[in-house]
Design a protein around this ligand. Structure first.
Ligand code: ZN
Length: 148
């Protein structure tokens, strides 16, 4: 793949400039899990409904009881866009792929697709999480095509 066609495989510059997640006490378990290579989602302790994004109470039954549960880290591309010019060129200087991935558990995550040629991406493509350690305190959760 030539550099102009690998927009979704950004180099170190992209990752070094990328804004860092800012965990709150409420989202800390999610970010701690990513640093351990696990993609977790809240699940209601009463009705077992998945909760994403993290929230205090279940939108189905209003229970505040819940657990952080490991997902398989696999899913399909629900939607995507190749961003040619980010709104903040100092932090997103290269083209990249923004996507909504539907996890096999049914949750929709906003993420990036990396390590693949954008022309190989289709709605419904199978993907898996490909954790990226930005530094010792921050790990993000881009996805990559399976069998790309
Ligand atoms: Zn519930």
């Amino acid at each position: 793949m030539s550099d102009e066609h690998t927009a979704s495989a950004p180099g170190d510059e992209f990752w070094s400039l990328r804004p860092r997640p800012r965990p709150t006490p409420f989202t800390e378990p999610f970010w701690q899990a990513t640093s351990e290579g696990r993609l977790v989602v809240q699940r209601c302790g009463a009705c077992r409904n998945w909760r994403w994004p993290p929230q205090l109470a279940c939108p189905e039954c209003l229970s505040e009881v819940g657990d952080w549960v490991d997902t398989a880290g696999t899913g399909t591309v629900y939607s995507y866009s190749v961003v040619h010019r980010g709104v903040d060129r100092t932090r997103f200087p290269r083209r990249y792929v923004l996507a909504i991935v539907e996890l096999d558990e049914g949750i929709h995550l906003l993420t990036n697709l990396v390590g693949c040629d954008p022309s190989d991406i289709s709605i419904g493509s199978r993907v898996r999480v490909a954790f990226r350690h930005l530094d010792e305190d921050h790990t993000v959760y881009p996805f990559t095509l399976i069998d790309a």
